[in-house]
Design a protein around this ligand. Sequence first.
Ligand code: G3I
Length: 348
Amino acid sequence: MTRFLLLLSLALVGCDSGSSMSEEIDDAPAETTLRALATAKGLHIGAAVAAGPLASDPAYREVLGTEFSMLTAENVMKMGPLRPTPQTFSWDNSDALMDFAESNEMTVRGHALVWHQSLPSWVESANWGRQELIAILQEHIGAVVTRYRGRIAHWDVVNEAVGDDARRRPTLFNEVIGPEYLQMAFEFAHAADPDAKLFYNDYGAEGLGAKSDAVYALVQELLSTGTPLHGVGLQMHVTASNPPSMDAVRSNIRRLAALGLEVHITEMDVRIPEPATENGLVAQAQVYNDVLQLCLSEPSCTSLVFWGFTDRHSWVPSFFQGFGAALPFDEDYQPKLAYQVMQQTLMN
Ligand code: G3I
């Protein structure tokens, strides 16, 4: 099947019945960027941003500011990059990201205040007492959230607290402080910026299953104790060959919404075997389009964020041997089939 016919058939899946493609496209908003089209449908569409290309690559900046209404910090707002020593904060990269976002009128997702990875060595290597580690969390969260108070709309307060075994991950924070660290972290963040929406973020819990049930139970428990929790981030790091069932993701989104929670797709990428083939790109486009259509159809799903936007800068190849090409733009910043199909869906 040629790319055009595929594009047409995939996009027609989302067309209103009885309307022709040409009528749909003729009525499309003047701009046809993902940003303009998604905004017109009330959806934030975003990307994770890497400090290096943001500082040095004009093409990266151009596509990012044009195609997306939301951005998140891939790394620069994690504790490790921010806190090289107990006494110092490295704000340059996070401030540069904020400056770019604000000059391009983009909404920012802060990522991530508490995570067991990307910790500075001075935190990881010491034998902290419970009160000491609580004080470190309170000071860190307070300083970071206060610095960007009123400028960061959503925070990933705690990231990946549930293990692949569906049990609480035995992180430094869980083992030294106890499971109460979660509520403490959200309360510290809320005290620093009462207007920020606070999220719990995780992977492998997009559909239904043991880990998803454990995340659901975790957020239920936090809400039952009055924790200031406003949403859940479903990361959506998936393969084109075996994506989660969309019906299961819809059920999961709906049960989280029934708790009063917003849902963000926070880190989407759809990896395929490299070198990429036509079939791989078609399967990838289908997954991107399915998730977009799902998010558009569920009112509680208010943001769809990709984990990067160009294959030139993606964590995937270094983490999944033999896989890559996971994002909507190729290494030369050209839109891929996935972009074109999502654009068509947003035009319908
Ligand atoms: O900046 C240093 C550089 O100075 C140094 O020379 C280089 C070599 O050691 O490392 C660089 O830091 C790396 C950083 O990415 C920036 O490139 C870290 O080693 C590396 O561990 C870090 O990986 C990031 C990873 O999280 C761990 O923080 C990935 O880029 C990032 O995509 C990944 O993102 C996570 C989300 O935060 C949470 N969900 C899963 C997702 C994928 O793992």
